[in-house]
Design a protein around this ligand. Structure first.
Ligand code: NAG
Ligand code: NAG
Ligand code: NAG
Ligand code: NAG
Length: 416
């Protein structure tokens, strides 16, 4: 044991001062963290809060916290990122009531709460109190009540995810029109979000990804902003004809609503649109593709099943990997192009059961070939006896009736 030399003692002292000065959290933020800790708890099996020991420095030792210098007061650090919960898939997450004191962490740029059972309402003033917010994600918890309009006018907010909670009421229009940086808005599977999708959607300045599926929205779908790439409004009560679809779109899911009218042919000429899910609606009329169809379009999936579509299936849809035409009123022949795509392996799923199709004839290009084992086909319950290979992919519900009873087919085959 040698005594510490005075110059070293000075150095230690200096380092100590320096560190403690750097790491002192603002008293307001410290108080807010204490309050958060008092209101939330680890569900059995979660150990998130085990590092939250207030006898040590939150900025250095608490999990889920990032501190940054306070722009207004150099003596203090502020909490800039708060991530509650571990996010591990096997962690049950946190419980408790969302504390309003989160609003006191006014330097937050990111607030993330991982899946758990946190309930209560989103503090009314949350947005107004957290002007620097870039990311707000509280998904798969039990939040109640409305989405506060204060989550607007946030200049930096790029992602808002409040999916899989129990939020209710209408979508504040200003959320769409007055968040200049908003790129990703996910409000899926709350069930209780109601009213129309605000017409302000059309003028959302930077929106790329909008997911409203699994709610109770009604009314028409407004014209989409030209930036939009991903749209799902599946499982709502939206109705009326479709608006013009924006050319940047890559994924479109309008399934399980009551949209009606014809499917606009232009949907099938959008250069980047790879998934088109229009099933389980009230679309009617003949399905057609634009005359000058772009042959480079190759869809991953086109699903127009469970509508009231009529006429012959358009040959151009042979370019889909998976094509669902089932449960409509299609008549005539299965296009030879579809059959070639199935035999050459480019179309892997073709469901057309429960229509009024009357012809399935093998085109010359398929002579001597077999349906690839990977293909999944179902052509039962039409106005013909499908070849055995064309029923092996049938879902159990479609296996009972290989063909329609002839009286149902009299009208459609009458003209033959
Ligand atoms: C939050 O801030 C308000 C207003 O400054 C204050 O009255 C309240 O005590 C703070 N709450 C906590 C938990 O820090
Ligand atoms: C479905 O469309 C038809 C017209 O094609 C219309 O008469 C009917 O009311 C629509 N049903 C719903 C539920 O919108
Ligand atoms: C729809 O298709 C059917 C059968 O191909 C055709 O007879 C009919 O004229 C078409 N209707 C319209 C409006 O194009
Ligand atoms: C398969 O057949 C379709 C329809 O005739 C054709 O467009 C496509 O180019 C073919 N693909 C391959 C890999 O041969």
């Amino acid at each position: 044991m040698s005594p510490i030399h005075p110059p070293f003692l000075f150095l230690f002292f200096f380092l100590f001062l320096h560190c403690s000065a750097q790491s002192s959290l603002s008293p307001t933020d410290r108080q807010a963290l204490l309050n958060i800790r008092q209101n939330l708890f680890d569900l059995p099996g979660s150990t998130f809060f085990s590092s939250w020991d207030f006898s040590s420095d939150p900025c250095l030792s608490f999990s889920g916290i990032t501190c940054s210098p306070d722009d207004d007061d150099n003596n203090f650090l502020r909490v800039s990122v708060l991530t509650l919960g571990t996010g591990l898939t096997d962690s049950p997450g946190l419980g408790g009531i969302l504390p309003t004191s989160i609003s006191n962490l006014s330097a937050l740029t990111e607030l993330v709460i991982f899946p758990g059972r946190i309930t209560g309402q989103i503090p009314t003033n949350l947005g107004g109190s957290l002007p620097l917010l870039r990311l707000l994600s509280i998904s798969s918890n039990l939040l109640l009540g409305p989405i506060p309009p204060s989550l607007s006018n946030l200049p930096f907010l790029h992602t808002l995810d409040l999916s899989q909670n129990q939020l209710q009421d209408s979508l504040p229009p200003s959320l769409l029109s007055s968040n200049p940086s908003l790129k990703v808005l996910i409000l899926a599977y709350n069930g209780g979000l109601t009213g129309p999708i605000p017409s302000q959607l059309t003028s959302a300045p930077n929106l790329l990804h909008l997911d409203l599926r699994g709610n109770s929205f009604t009314g028409f779908l407004p014209p989409l902003p030209s930036t939009l790439r991903f749209l799902s409004v599946s499982i709502n009560s939206l109705s009326g004809p479709l608006p013009p679809i924006s050319p940047a779109l890559e994924f479109l899911d309008l399934s399980n609503n009551v949209f009606s009218g014809e499917i606009p042919p232009a949907i099938f000429s959008l250069p980047r649109l790879s998934s088109i899910l229009l099933n389980d609606n009230n679309f009617s009329g003949n399905l057609s593709l634009p005359l000058s169809s772009d042959t480079t379009v190759k869809w991953a999936v086109v699903d127009v099943s469970h509508n009231m579509l009529t006429g012959e299936p358009p040959a151009g849809l042979a370019a889909a990997d998976s094509l669902y035409l089932n449960d409509n009123q299609f008549t005539g022949a299965v296009p030879a192009e579809y059959i070639e795509s199935i035999y050459n392996g480019s179309m892997t799923t073709f469901y057309a059961q429960s229509n009024f199709l009357s012809v399935f004839s093998l085109p010359p290009a398929t002579v001597g070939m077999a349906v690839p084992a990977s293909a999944s086909l179902c052509l039962s319950h039409n106005c013909m006896l499908p070849p055995p290979a064309a029923t092996t992919g049938c879902p159990a519900s479609a296996q009972a009736h290989l063909s329609r009873p002839s009286y149902q087919c009299a009208a459609v085959s009458g003209g033959d």
